[in-house]
Design a protein around this ligand. Structure first.
Ligand code: JF8
Length: 310
């Protein structure tokens, strides 16, 4: 996978040289380049920002450096029409160079290969679609991702509109809080995407039972010693009964999800829960409701809403 990151603070992306991502780069699984946007300025002060039309606070990133930076990415992308790409990446003409007819390539495979190869421009923005594990999986299936890190009040909207006519553009938010720029969001997204690529993680089995891969939070984990500061590891984990351990862990995942992320339970795919799961959840949610009712008696204020409306 090829990744290009554009930023006026390229040193902010230094952690991408470390650990998992750094090793994936060494193994050539990832071809990652961090670019300084100021390379595409032409004035003495290497200006990337200007005042907003219409007035208001702060500065806006000028379109010209972004346009020239993205031109370099697009000029390096072979502009192959979708219908003329074969699964092997060769262009398909009506006949081979020797003159004999070339077999038709199925249209579905044509577009699958061409879609993979078309670059995706990811623009971190608090106004973007929320980045989830599903987004990470979608993006991990592509060959070329480009990240445009904004600063100040953001990037002139025409850059996004112009790019949308030439590549797939995904404005993305990593959550409902305010950052000073896109760099930290890119660190999070690149790590979430890269670890899904074949060969990047040593033990791919560890991907299956993770939070957010199947819609439930993780079970609690323990290691030696069996007693620490008077606290014991749950005895079932020392029992050697793999069936009981698996059921206990599943129960823990269900209870944790019900307690801290009930929104995740509401969107579980149909058929995710067996009878025992439903029983555990019924107990977990009745308990929570009784507790809520008890609390409502002493502090009514807490029941008033999400916190966002206030
Ligand atoms: C920014 C550029 C973001 N979840 C998020 N909160 N804030 C941001 C963000 C992204 C880009 C810029 N300010 C200037 C904030 C994301 N992603």
């Amino acid at each position: 996978m090829r990744l290009d990151v554009f930023s006026i603070f390229p040193e902010y992306l230094a952690p991408l040289d470390l650990s998992l991502i750094g090793r994936a780069r060494e193994k050539r699984l990832l071809d990652l380049t961090v670019h300084d946007l100021r390379e595409w300025t032409h004035d003495r002060h290497r200006t990337v920002d200007d005042t907003p039309y219409g007035g208001g606070a702060g500065m806006v990133m000028k379109p010209e450096p972004w346009g020239e930076a993205l031109d370099t990415v697009l000029s390096a992308t072979p502009d192959v029409p979708v219908a003329e790409v074969s699964p092997s990446g060769e262009s398909v003409a009506g006949a081979s160079s020797a003159g004999e007819p070339v077999a038709e390539v199925p249209a579905a495979e044509d577009s699958a290969a061409a879609v993979r190869a078309r670059p995706v421009l990811i623009v971190p923005s608090p106004a973007g679609e929320v980045f989830t594990q599903t987004t990470a999986r979608e993006l991990a299936s592509r060959d070329h991702l480009v990240f445009a890190c904004g600063r100040y009040e953001g990037i002139d909207q025409r850059v996004i509109d112009w790019a949308s006519q030439r590549m797939e553009v995904r404005p993305m938010s990593i959550g409902d809080y305010v950052l000073n720029g896109g760099e930290v969001a890119v660190l999070a997204m690149v790590e979430a995407i890269a670890r899904l690529l074949p060969g990047v993680i040593g033990n791919p089995g560890s991907l299956d039972e993770e939070s957010h891969e199947d819609g439930l939070l993780e079970y609690p984990v323990y290691t030696k010693p069996a007693t620490w500061r008077g606290l014991d590891v749950p005895s079932i984990l020392l029992s050697g009964d793999h069936g009981k351990v698996a059921r206990w862990r599943r129960d823990q995942r269900l209870r944790r999800t019900a307690a801290t992320r009930p929104d995740l339970l509401a969107v579980l795919p149909a058929g995710s829960l067996d009878a025992r799961d439903s029983e555990v959840l019924r107990e977990a949610t009745t308990g929570a409701q009784e507790e809520e009712q008890r609390e409502a008696g002493s502090s009514r204020v807490e029941a008033s809403g999400s916190g966002l409306a206030e």
